[in-house]
Every structure is written in C-alpha cells, then in structure tokens.
Design a protein around this ligand. Structure first.
Ligand code: ATP
Ligand code: MG
Length: 313
C-alpha cells in the first residue's frame, strides 16, 4: 500500500509539474507574440512618420492604458509635425509669389536700361526704389508674421484700461484721418480693464484704423467703440461705412497675403498681412479678432475680444 501510495504521489506530482510547465510556456509564448505583434505595428507606423508620412496613424496596441497613451502621443506628434510642414510649405509658396512681382519689375527695368529703351532717370529710379522698398517691407512682414504665428512673441500683458488704449490709438491716427476727411468717432462709455500688452494692442488697433481709413472714401465715418458683453470679456469694435467686404472675401481676410483687391492694394503697397498679424497678436492674448460686413458698399466691422481683468474663468 505504501509503495502504491508512493508511486501514485510521484505520478501525480510528475503530471502536475509537467502540465504547469507546459501551461506556463504556452501562456508566455502567447503574450510574447501579442506584445511583439503590437509593438511591431507601433514601430512600423512610427518609422513611416519618421519618413515624412505624417498622415500615418499608430493603431492602439490594446495592451493597456500606458501603451494606448504612447500611441496617442505618437499620433499627436505626427499631427503637429504635419501642421508645421504645411505652414512651412505655404509660407514658402506665399513668399515666392509675393517676391515675383517686384523682382520681375526690377528685372524688366534693368533690361530696358541695358537695351537703351530707358535711361536711368528719376522716374526709373523711383520705380526701382519702390520695388526694393516693397521687398524690404515683405522681409519685415514675414518675420513679424512668423513670430506671431509661432507664438514667439514677447508679450507683457498688464491690466490695461481700454479707454487709454483706444484714445492713444485714435490720437495717433487723427492726422491721417483729417487729411482724408474721414471722421473718427470714439465711444468708450462701456470701457473696462483688460489683460493686454499695450504696445501690441496699439499695433492691432493701428492696423484696424489704417484698414478702415484705406477702405473708406472722404466724407465717410469710422467709429471705435468699447463694449462689455459680459463680465469676462471686453470688445473693441472698429466700424467703418466704407467699401465693405464681399461675403466671398470675408472668410479669407485674415489669411496671410490675402487682399480682396490685389491690384489696388499693390499700388498702395499693402502686403495683405496686417490682419494676419493682428489676429495672431489678439489670439496670443487669449482673445479673438473677427470681421463682419453687410456687403460691398455697406462698410465693415472688426471686433477685438479680450479677456477682462479678474475674469472668473
Ligand atoms: N475696413 C475694411 N474695409 C474693407 N476691406 C477691408 C477692410 N480691412 C481689410 N480689408 C480687406 O482685407 C484685406 C487684408 O487686410 P490686411 O490689413 O491684412 O492687408 P492690407 O491692408 O492689404 O496690407 P497691410 O495691412 O499688410 O499693409 C485688405 O486688402 C482688404 O481687401
Ligand atoms: Mg492693412
């Protein structure tokens, strides 16, 4: 009996040991293969992203929260890289497009001088200077807009009184308005205090007042007013009764180098970048800049929205 018990114990121990070793091996092999397959898929997508295919998405490995987080982070990274790449391409294309006209004009004039068709008189020099000045301004604008869009601006927001902001901006614009005989009204009855960098906001208001003046004929009227639609926000609106903006153009005026009437703006020398910079500046303050117009001939309205000081959110 003792012998039978001994051998039965031995057999059952042997069977139990063998089956648990086999089971452990099986489970390990299963999980190793699963982790391998999932990480291989992640590595494959990551290397496609590294190769410049930013649309490639890393699939969720299904191995728990940490791995899912890793996949999400890689996808976000790819998205950001894709955005930067798109901006870079657009910037280069815009720049090339904007440089072509002044460079073409300089080239044509130089050739005309070489061929004896033109002499280097005051008129030719004026054209050449005008075009080099335009290229110079373009270089400055492009630096400014790149800095504004990349958020590399050195902003110093301080509690600022909107009445002071509006009054100093309109005071700076007064001479130009008087010269063109466009009336400039100010309504700061609802003024409030905002968190803003006064120099940057002066730049934004200057751009809006300049645009309003450019697009309003003599005898017209521009109005700057401050509103406090709710306790958290203050709005500064620049309204003119000039040319207005076609609905078709309205959605594009904040785009870099966009001009509703390129031929006319080029004569004046506008780059179509003032509103792009202004929008980036206002957004860097945590606010927004929007445009509206009832249509051509009915004027336009630009609204700066800024967080008021001590807002609850
Ligand atoms: N108040 C306005 N009334 C009508 N159109 C406007 C007004 N403000 C802007 N626009 C349109 O929006 C376009 C873009 O304005 P933006 O200030 O960006 O460029 P710009 O004035 O042409 O040149 P820049 O400001 O770079 O010298 C203008 O060319 C114009 O067509
Ligand atoms: Mg402008």
């Amino acid at each position: 009996m003792e012998e039978a018990f001994g051998s039965a114990l031995l057999i059952s121990l042997g069977v139990a040991l063998t089956s648990s070793v086999l089971l452990a091996l099986g489970v390990t092999a299963f999980f190793t293969r699963r982790v391998q397959r999932s990480t291989a898929a992640v590595a494959h997508s990551a290397s496609r992203i590294a190769g410049g295919n930013y649309q490639s998405q890393v699939p969720s490995p299904g191995l728990g929260a940490e791995f899912d987080q890793l996949a999400t982070t890689i996808n976000d990274l790819a998205q950001r890289l894709g955005d930067v790449e798109t901006t870079r391409r657009r910037l280069l294309a815009d720049l090339a497009h904007e440089m072509r006209t002044p460079l073409g004009s300089i080239e044509a004039h130089l050739e005309a001088i070489e061929d004896g068709i033109r002499s280097l008189d005051d008129q030719t020099l004026e054209v050449l200077h005008g075009n080099t000045a335009r290229l110079q301004r373009l270089a400055e604008d492009i630096t400014a807009v790149a800095r504004a869009e990349e958020g590399g601006l050195d902003l110093r927001p301080v509690p600022t009184d909107t009445t002071t902001l509006v009054e100093s901006a309109t005071a700076a614009a007064h001479n130009a308005y008087d010269a063109k005989q466009v009336a400039l009204d100010v309504d700061t009855r609802q003024a409030g205090s905002v968190m803003a960098d006064p120099d940057r906001m002066a730049q934004v208001l200057g751009n809006l007042l300049d645009n309003a003046l450019q697009h309003t004929p003599p005898g017209g009227r521009v109005r700057v007013s401050v509103r406090k639609p709710d306790p958290d926000w203050v709005e500064i609106t620049v309204t003119d009764n000039g040319e207005g903006i076609d609905a078709h153009h309205l959605g594009h005026v904040f785009e870099r180098f966009y001009r509703a009437d390129p031929a006319r703006s080029r004569v004046r020398g506008g780059s179509g970048i003032g509103l792009t910079i202004s929008k980036a500046l206002v957004e860097a303050h945590g606010g927004g800049l929007s445009a509206s117009s009832p249509g051509p001939g009915s004027g336009a309205e630009f609204t700066i929205r800024l967080p008021s000081t001590g807002r609850s959110r």
